[in-house]
Design a protein around this ligand. Structure first.
Ligand code: HEC
Ligand code: HEC
Length: 167
């Protein structure tokens, strides 16, 4: 009984959909579908997941894109424990440990609390390092970027800007 009702409803729906004028005309995109993440896989199909790119592990400090940017991590951090019991990052980056590990000591800002007072220990708000510092994948960017630093823009004619150190 129930199946026949369902079947007849399906039939009605089928008739409605095939009636001219009632079927919504799908807009045909002029360009073939392409998405940075999905590639050309249509939306109703599952894309093949790309391989996970290896972490860039060259140990070379990268430039920063702007003055207050948290520097990106130039080494692997796989398996480094950072929780309420231990902070592996600080075993090399704490000011007292940095020299012996040839690491960059954490900046003074990491000792300041939100009231601007400098503490004798890493401020709790700077404890979970990977909130701000991230390693980089050795991957091609998904979207291109044509950003040019103000220092690299030369407006001619006019006085040449003074030479500055590039960071
Ligand atoms: C075994 C020691 C060690 C540990 C543990 C370690 N680092 Fe490093 N880190 C270094 C060294 C040495 C450098 C200098 C560049 C290099 O050799 O990779 C560095 C560089 C960095 C830099 C770049 C600094 C700059 O000025 O550009 C950041 C950011 C950083 N580490 C964050 C972290 C974070 C976050 C963790 C924990 C998840 C961590 N590191 C764990 C040794 C360590
Ligand atoms: C809330 C964001 C934030 C957190 C959390 C944080 N940092 Fe930073 N870090 C920054 C910013 C922003 C800078 C760059 C400006 C500065 O020195 O404050 C920086 C700079 C650094 C530098 C480079 C210092 C220098 O003098 O060049 C190191 C190394 C570093 N952080 C390590 C760490 C480690 C290790 C932790 C975890 C214990 C950590 N940071 C937690 C934001 C953060």
């Amino acid at each position: 009984m129930r199946t026949s009702i369902v079947l007849s409803r399906c039939c009605m729906l089928g008739c409605l959909l095939t009636m001219p004028g009632l079927r919504a005309q799908p807009a045909v995109p002029a360009e073939p579908f392409h998405d940075g993440l999905r590639g050309t896989t249509p939306l109703d199909e599952e894309a093949k997941p790309p391989l996970i790119f290896p972490t860039e592990n060259k140990d070379v400090i990268r430039g920063r894109a702007y003055a207050q940017q948290p520097p990106t991590i130039p080494h692997k951090i796989d398996g480094y424990q950072v929780d309420k019991n231990a902070n592996r990052c600080l075993s090399c980056h704490a000011r007292s440990r940095a020299a012996e590990n040839d690491a960059v000591p954490i900046g003074v800002t990491h000792y300041a609390n939100r009231a601007g007072e400098t503490l004798g220990y890493v401020s709790p708000r700077r404890y979970f390092c990977t909130q701000c510092h991230v390693p980089q994948a050795d991957a091609k960017p998904l979207v291109s970027n044509t950003f040019t630093d103000i220092e690299d823009i030369r407006v001619a004619p006019g006085p040449k800007p003074p030479a500055t150190r590039k960071n």
